[in-house]
Design a protein around this ligand. Structure first.
Ligand SMILES: [Zn+2]
Length: 536
């Protein structure tokens, strides 16, 4: 595999800042569906097509030409979590997902039985449920049957073949009996997946996930099952249009019980969002996670695994044999940052955290799991002043800012990305303060341009690089200036309050400033005007 170092001005790979779960790809799915039979028989040659995972090309600041998307109809700038006011809710009101996955590792397909027990936590009576079905982007999803409270449903609205990604990823299920506040309903979905090959991350016109699918070495199931999107009283269902960069999905905290059975007798190593609770047979494993946002799985026959424990949490680093040195460095940085974030922000709620070396040049956070880019593994030089380390601690921080405190990633991406980027500073100032002074602010922030657009939606990004600059870099600068203004004590007291109050919820910019003002009476109007488009 060739590794071409990029010139310094461009050396931040796309994955350096968590890149899109999404982007637009029509031909690949058609290709794979049409040739799936060949892929079964000639899997080696098909896999080779996806085995090339070159070093990231220099970033383009050009804005990709948008498809014919309609504007989002859901506005969610001021929504706050809703507390039912009438009868007391059931004890656990989080959605309960049970997924039984029959996976054929040889031909990279699956049959899945999904059950969702959903409680209406809003104060509205719901007449339908809206689900996101992301594998429709690659046309790799096949709905077999659907039932609500055991009754088969056929009058759902779903167009998985529609050419528009924003139409085909929406499944609306009418409810024969409207769901009152605190009411509970059970949805059963049977579906199939024929996985695509992982997309070429360099294709900036691609709206689909550039992680979901398989490569020569790896199978990645991310955003692979239909999930009920958050419902906000007065705002409706939060399901935004796919976009080329940035994340657009919003997740409620939910409980997951996932069983994977390899129907062809395969026994690959499994990396998972959840803790393995039972190894039913050599080919069947059950995983659970509570209050997770999105359940990811990764399979590879050749994974090696390093691990260490921090308290009652086990942190894993999954890698391929040539990458042991980098995998060790990633594990060490993840553990170090994990300990720092526990101390500075608050506790981690899960039993496991897995880092998975992606067989692609991309990185992304999921519940209890993040992918790390092979391109960044390739460029590791053994020093702390390395993107391998900076990205490790950034992605680890998303287990606080994304996983514990979620946000509307499409409309308010700064809430998790600015905090995750700023968390890099919190790591470096603790572990390697000299690297922070000599490297981080200059090198990692090399393309920084001051702008007052921290509160941009992803759709206002005007391209990947400008989007990062507006949201990540300016967001981190804002947090640094805020900390200087109010002092370390008030700043970290606020961060801890924000985590404690919003854990398990979907925070908004209003929540951020409301909780901040509980910890400081300082006049912040000049800072807000300097960094934000809107008053806060
Ligand atoms: Zn990020």
């Amino acid at each position: 595999m060739s590794t071409r170092l990029l010139p310094p001005a461009f050396r931040i790979p796309r994955s350096a800042f968590c890149i899109p779960r999404s982007a637009f790809r029509i031909p690949r799915s058609a290709f794979c569906l049409l040739l799936s039979a060949f892929c079964i028989l000639l899997s080696a040659s098909c896999l080779l097509l996806s085995a090339c995972s070159p070093t990231p090309a220099p970033l383009s600041t050009a804005t990709a030409t948008p498809p014919n998307l309609t504007p989002d109809t859901v506005a969610l700038d001021t929504a706050t979590p809703v507390t039912p006011t009438s009868t007391p809710p059931p004890q656990n009101t989080r959605p309960q997902y049970t997924l039984d996955v029959q996976f054929n590792y040889t031909n990279k397909s699956a049959l899945v039985n999904e059950t969702i027990v959903y409680t209406n936590n809003s104060t509205d009576t719901l007449t339908s449920l809206v689900l996101a079905v992301e594998p429709t982007c690659t046309k790799s999803f096949f709905l077999n049957s659907l039932a609500v409270n055991q009754l088969p449903i056929t009058n759902y609205q779903f167009e998985p073949e529609n050419v528009q990604a924003y139409i085909r990823h929406r499944l609306e299920i009418p409810l024969v009996t409207p769901l009152a506040p605190n009411g509970q309903v059970t949805v059963q979905i049977s579906f199939g997946l024929i996985l695509p090959t992982v997309a070429d991350f360099r294709d900036e016109t691609d709206l689909c996930s550039q992680i979901y699918g398989y490569t020569a070495q790896q199978v990645n199931l991310v955003d692979w099952y239909p999930f009920i999107v958050p419902y906000m009283t007065g705002k409706g269902w939060v399901l935004h249009n796919p976009w080329y960069y940035g994340e657009y999905l919003t997740y409620e905290a939910a409980d997951f019980d996932v069983t994977v059975t390899f129907t062809d007798g395969a026994t690959p190593v499994i990396a998972s969002s959840g803790e393995e609770v039972s190894s039913i047979t050599a080919t069947s494993h059950e995983f659970k996670i509570e209050a997770g946002r999105t359940f990811a799985l990764s399979f590879a026959a050749e994974y090696r695994v390093l691990s260490t424990t921090v308290g009652d949490v086990t942190i894993y680093s999954y890698y391929f044999p040539p990458y042991e040195v980098s995998a060790n460095a990633v594990l060490k940085a993840t553990v170090q940052s994990f300990e720092i974030y526990v101390q500075r922000f608050g506790p981690y709620p899960h039993k496991t955290l897995s880092v998975v070396l992606g067989d692609f040049n991309d990185g992304m956070e999921y519940s209890g799991l993040y992918y790390h880019s092979k391109g960044i593994f390739n460029t590791y030089d053994g020093t702390p002043s390395s993107h391998l380390i900076a990205v490790s601690v950034h992605e680890t921080a998303h287990q606080w800012w994304f996983e514990q405190v979620a946000n509307d990633q499409g409309f308010e991406p700064w809430l998790d990305e600015a905090l995750a980027t700023y968390s890099e500073i919190v790591y470096y100032e603790t572990v390697q303060p000299e690297a922070l002074a000599s490297w981080w602010w200059t090198y990692r922030f090399d393309p920084y341009v001051p702008l007052n657009m921290v509160d941009s939606r992803i759709y206002e990004g005007e391209g990947q690089r400008p989007y990062w600059n507006k949201v990540y870099l300016n967001g981190a600068h804002f947090l640094q200036d805020l900390r200087a203004r109010i002092g370390d004590e008030a700043f970290f007291a606020f961060i801890q309050d924000y985590l404690a109050q919003m854990r398990g919820k979907i925070a908004t910019t209003d929540d951020f400033f409301r909780i901040l003002r509980l910890r400081t009476s300082a006049d912040l109007s000049d800072l807000i005007a300097q960094y934000f488009q809107n008053p806060h």
